[in-house]
Design a protein around this ligand. Structure first.
Ligand code: PMP
Length: 311
């Protein structure tokens, strides 16, 4: 991580090294924080734009609501803060990380006596999931031995820092076993998502399937974008429960997420996906190209609706 530039912290842009918090911050001890991941892309007009900024900031506010957090800024103010942070760092393309957390003040599990802090940082993040099988092949995944958090245990529609201890266990397990990423099942044994990405499969008839939000999956903004773009291009998508062996037999599998974007999958639990030695399939490649056109402002229909210009 580059330790220069500016971070937006509770309403002001401060130097990167000055965005500090106390070791007794509530969110650090008890996982009482919520965050977002957003991307800013270069657009064909030579400028930059943030993809689905409004939807991400709304999800941040919604995540906060679940944890009784009043962020103290309106959605519009948070949107402007993200734009200001990108500008202040002179970034053409970057990943944007807003976070809100219960701060320093009173220890004990109850977060409510503590003030909420909000910060926005940006950094360059090119490829989040590497393809161990080589760039022309998809990523290699394993089903994690850790179950996804159960909706009865944790509110899965909050993008809360606490949820990512579960994700981190699964991701480390996968990396240590030589895989690129983990697939998480729920306590009923059905597929939910990867550690920070939603998952899709291509059915025999060329349509898409993805687990429903009720499986415990985060309502991903890339997921929703891909479903919308696919439908616009005549590819339908069913939200349905999916078992791990259905993934083994799928023609194509891919992940979606802000950091990972659209990531083709070549292998799951040492089974090659599809009929072309784990290389990305036709539908995945088509959707990836369409998605890239949208985020770079080349598709008027969606670009106008989903891109917030920096200037
Ligand atoms: N699931 C989880 C658990 C995630 O952390 C993410 C990343 N935010 C996603 C799915 C994908 O969501 P999005 O497309 O909104 O980035």
């Amino acid at each position: 991580m580059e330790e220069k530039g500016k971070i937006w912290f509770n309403g002001t842009l401060v130097d990167h090294g000055d965005a500090k918090i106390h070791v007794l911050t509530h969110g650090l001890h008890y996982g009482t924080g919520v965050f977002e991941g957003i991307r800013c892309y270069k657009t064909i007009d030579g400028k930059s734009a943030i993809f689905r900024l409004q939807d991400h900031m709304q999800r941040l506010i919604d995540s906060g609501k679940i944890y009784f957090m009043d962020l103290g800024f309106t959605r519009r103010e948070l949107e402007q803060a993200a734009i200001d942070t990108v500008k202040a760092n002179g970034m053409e393309e970057c990943y944007i990380r807003p976070i809100a957390f219960y701060g320093y003040g009173k220890m004990g599990v109850n977060p409510m006596p503590n003030k909420v802090s909000v910060a926005i940082a940006v950094w360059k993040w090119d490829e989040y999931i590497k393809s161990g099988g080589g760039e022309e092949k998809g990523a290699r995944l394993m089903v994690s031995s850790w179950a996804r958090l159960d909706p009865k245990t944790m509110p899965m529609h909050a993008k809360a820092t606490a949820n990512y201890a579960n994700s981190a266990l699964a991701r480390v397990e996968a990396l240590k076993a030589g895989f690129d990423e983990a697939i998480m099942l729920n306590s009923s044994g059905m597929v939910v998502e990867a550690t920070a990405e939603n998952i899709f499969m291509v059915e025999r008839d060329g349509s898409l399937a993805t687990p429903p939000a009720s499986s415990g999956a985060l309502a991903g903004i890339t997921r929703e974008s891909v479903i919308t773009i696919a439908e616009e291009n005549g590819i339908s998508c069913k939200e349905r429960n999916i078992s791990r062996d259905e993934l083994y037999l799928a023609d194509e599998v891919f992940l979606t997420g802000t950091a990972a974007e659209i990531k083709p999958i070549g292998e799951i639990d040492n089974r090659t996906i599809g009929r072309d030695a784990g290389r990305p399939g036709k539908v995945t490649k088509q959707l990836k190209a369409l998605f890239e056109a949208v985020v770079h402002g080349k598709d008027e229909k969606f670009s106008n609706k989903w891109l917030a210009p920096i200037n």
